[in-house]
Design a protein around this ligand. Sequence first.
Ligand code: GLN
Length: 551
Amino acid sequence: MTKFLFVTGGVLSGIGKGAAAASVGKSFQFRGLEVDMIKIDPYLNVDPGTLNPIEHGEVFVTDEVWDFNPSEDSSFTIAEIDQDFGTYERFLDKTMHPRNNITSGQVYLSVLLQERAGSYLGRTVQIIPHITDEIKNRIREVAKRNSPDILISEIGGTVGDIEASPFLEAIRQLRLEEPDDRTALIHVTLVPYMETIGQLKTKPTQHSVKTLLSAGLQPDIIVGRSDRPLSKPAKEKISLYSNVPKEAVISDPRISVLYELPLLFEKQGLGDYLCDLLRIRARSPDYSHWENIVNEFEEADEKVRIAMPGKYTQILDSYISINKALKHSAAKLGAEIKIEFVDTEPFEKNPRKLKVLEDYDGVLLTPGFGTRGAEGMIKASRKTLSTDIPFLGICFGAQLLFIAFCRENGLKKANSTEVDPDTPHPVVDLLPEQREISKKGGTMRLGGQEILIKKGTKLYEAYGKERIIERFRHRYHLIPEFVEQMEENGLILSATDVEERIVNVVELEGDHWVVGVQFHPEFTSRPGSPNPVYLSFVEAALEHKRKQKKD
Ligand code: GLN
């Protein structure tokens, strides 16, 4: 029988609720239990695929592609999901299914299309019970499909948000319908420290718990996020005002290695407390493997500096999985990585500024869309190609890297039709099947796809096998005829799809480590087992740095 654990957020969004929820999941894994997770996003988009990464952070791509059927005759492709899924996958070392990301858009769409189909004939369709029933069904379907011991559902946003209230109401009903020992609620809230009086303040937490109570929800556990460990008086005060036992107030302080959070929760007895609460009989926790992984992140002998020229340089969250993949790799290699975003727009006006790239041990060209910043990224690529700095291009980054290589080798006006529809040398263009598509949501080439790697390439060296699966999210691709043409100039086609129709990876011949991948290797990277492309890239960057030092 699956137990349901709900995680709500108080005071502010963006306080690390996803990492707290995943860390709770990890506590159960330490005890040999099967865990699954749901993320609820109260926005009205069907999925986050069309959201701006500056506003919303990264769009995560799942391995599986879900055919979402809100009614019998409608279907939507979903593989683009909330970035918290990346956190879940990295913490739990588990491949998440896109159906576990429930958005208000999906819920309302299902109810409205079913209304048109006549499913509610004669009845008034209402938030309660129809929307709330749909929410409960979605949650229970996930529980039924995989029968995990624990299903953790994280509710996005903050309690008190209008959009989130149907979800809180659905949880209230579900808790009422299930026996007491089958559900629990964790409230993750901010406990700010006031420098001027030297005190942790619990009032915002008290208020957010009150808001939760007014929705009919009493939390069982409070996780207090703060920049330092919660003091005893702060814990006592939270306990008193929130009506939870003292041992159920858990400290979630700022830590340098995020993966340490499950261990910190464990030290405070959270895992045992939850097992008692939910009457789960489990073996005693074994976290030695996780401890070893965390230790890798704490020991670093060398530093390596990576430049990330791109246009979404405003918030770190836009490239969160890339950051993580680089960090996983550096930790494996005993190094500490410093990632610096380099805004490419100034390169467009002033090419002399490109010189800054020479200071880095590696350059990573980021994914992206549209024209803004692209010319600067192409310039950054041409500059990097002229050095011996290791260079990795991801998706859009690989396309721009290829354009730069073409421009260096005779095709002066080479471009992508995404950037310049009238280019005389369209070396990157729409995939043939994309030409018919005008709708934007869920229509890219998405999800995990098989890739054939050629032996003897840098890519083969990285993976050590000829067939792999990685995740894609693109409409455009490198045009094979131009790749063939460039092979005469030292470019190597290192991987294709199984039909040998789509160029998946190109690289440079010789010693200079330059690889452009059409897929997103960052989505399969895990702490303790970094993705091979990232690992090879960071290794090459370290070698480059050591060589520079010697010279
Ligand atoms: N805009 C490019 C395409 O659609 C690259 C997409 C990406 O970087 N994810 O092919």
